[in-house]
Design a protein around this ligand. Structure first.
Ligand SMILES: [Zn+2]
Length: 447
């Protein structure tokens, strides 16, 4: 009944598994408190570990849950601030981007500010601290972390939305994912926020062109690479904003096949629930017909009163973002299994946003044991300084007592529950098998 019982490891794979298990044992022997407590206490140890290197080279066919406006590493955002088109106001604690100068009161070119500091690296680390999500060492209160999290989106909005930077970010993020073995990236994205040098809005057509061109350039070297977009409404901003995203989705659907569906985001339990937008989503369903698909964030909460999972399932969600609360609903577990709804689990995000402070106790472990399909995802890894999805896999491997067949099953789930076509899946399975063998050879050769 084990969730990966259909995976049969080759002798070479068993040798790699033994090697990995021994490395895990060594890590825990070295420090029995590994991973207990604050995320940043362990981040560097994990990123520099041999197991991180091994999992970085493991092919991970698809990512289901990554927010495009939270994917760039802090280092890359700092690199962007070195362009002369970036200004900063200490008073407003915000950036302003334009290649045509800035007359706004209190805004100074970031490069000028950098010169005021004795050491430019000190300035960059000061800036990095502002951008990264780093809750206080002893903070275990999720709502408090979320408040500071929302501020990070506001602070970095100009960097993400300035058209020349957006182009660079999309390309960089996709290339970084490819380097760690990801071939299909399904981004959660908010349309219509881009602006140009005159701070005029960039048209939807241009925005889609950027995404399409990035995909095309990457496909020249990596033909199987695919980028998909799930349009996101922000529950915190309200119905008008959500309606605007729905209209943009409908327009985008006429321009590209990259758009695959709709989602609603924001901190649950402190914002209007999905039911507040039901009529709008049903209207979208009527207008788009069979192509309609939702990939709802739901159950990113441990509150018993949270009903988001019910609404997500009733809306016919293809996958569930987080689904953290699912373990509390036995009937829903059976429905999720029957309807083959995949849980987009995001371990690092759940830890840093205090859904669960100790990943050994993550409820997805019991869901896996009950046969619920699960995939591993990075959520907002840019702000977490986790450099992609590899750290999420590493946490899962270390904290959930997984073995290599479990990891392979999670990788294959990312492929099977992605939205690529059946014909593309056939190709991807062949590609995955080839890369898996290469991965085994890499580990056997190096470790
Ligand atoms: Zn998310």
């Amino acid at each position: 009944m084990h969730f990966s019982s259909d995976i049969k490891l080759s002798d070479k794979a068993i040798a790699v598994q033994n090697k990995m298990n021994a490395l895990r044992e060594k890590m825990f022997q070295k420090d029995k408190s590994l991973n207990i407590g604050n995320y940043y206490r362990w981040r560097d140890t994990l990123l520099n570990s041999e197991l991180y290197d091994i999992l970085y080279h493991m092919p991970k066919p698809a990512i289901h849950h990554a927010h495009l406006t939270a994917c760039a590493t802090i280092d890359f955002l700092i690199y962007l601030t070195r362009f002369d088109s970036v200004y900063y106001s200490e008073q407003e604690n915000n950036f302003y981007c334009s290649g045509k100068g800035c007359t706004k009161d209190g805004y100074i070119k970031v490069n000028t500010l950098r010169q005021y500091w004795k050491d430019s690296t000190e300035f960059d680390s000061w800036l990095a601290k502002k951008l990264e999500l780093r809750p206080a060492e002893d903070c275990q209160e999720d709502h408090k972390v979320w408040q500071s999290f929302q501020y990070k989106f506001m602070l970095s909005a100009q960097l993400y939305s300035y058209k020349p930077f957006f182009e660079k970010i999309v390309y960089k993020v996709c290339r970084d994912f490819l380097r760690e073995g990801v071939t299909v990236v399904e981004f959660k994205h908010i349309f219509g926020t881009l602006f140009d040098d005159d701070h005029k809005p960039v048209s939807l057509q241009e925005e889609i062109q950027i995404l399409f061109d990035t995909q095309k350039v990457i496909q020249q070297r990596f033909p199987l690479f695919k980028m998909k977009i799930i349009v996101c409404g922000l529950k915190i901003v309200g119905r008008d904003f959500v309606q605007n995203q729905i209209e943009l989705l409908l327009q985008a659907d006429k321009l590209t096949n990259m758009v695959i569906g709709f989602d609603l985001v924001c901190e649950e339990d402190y914002n209007p629930g999905t039911d507040h937008f039901l009529d709008q989503i049903y209207d979208l369903k009527l207008r788009i017909g069979d192509k309609f698909a939702v990939f709802m964030h739901a159950g990113e909460s441990y509150q018993r009163t949270n009903t988001e999972l019910y609404d997500a399932i009733l809306l016919g969600t293809k996958r569930i973002g987080h689904g953290f609360a699912l373990s509390m609903h036995p009937n829903l577990i059976e429905i999720v299994k029957e309807k083959k709804i995949c849980i987009e689990c995001c371990p690092v995000s759940n830890k840093i946003l205090c859904c669960v402070n100790d990943l050994r106790l993550h409820p997805v472990r019991s869901l896996l044991a009950r046969g619920v399909p699960v995939s591993i995802n990075p959520d907002d890894h840019g702000f977490f300084q986790s450099n992609g999805v590899t750290l999420d896999y590493l946490y899962a491997y270390l904290e959930w007592g997984l073995d290599l067949s479990d990891l392979k099953k999670l990788c294959l789930n990312s492929l099977e529950y992605s939205t690529i076509t059946e014909a593309e899946k056939v190709e991807m399975r062949k590609f995955f098998d080839w890369r898996w063998r290469r991965f085994l050879s890499y580990v056997r050769g190096k470790y």
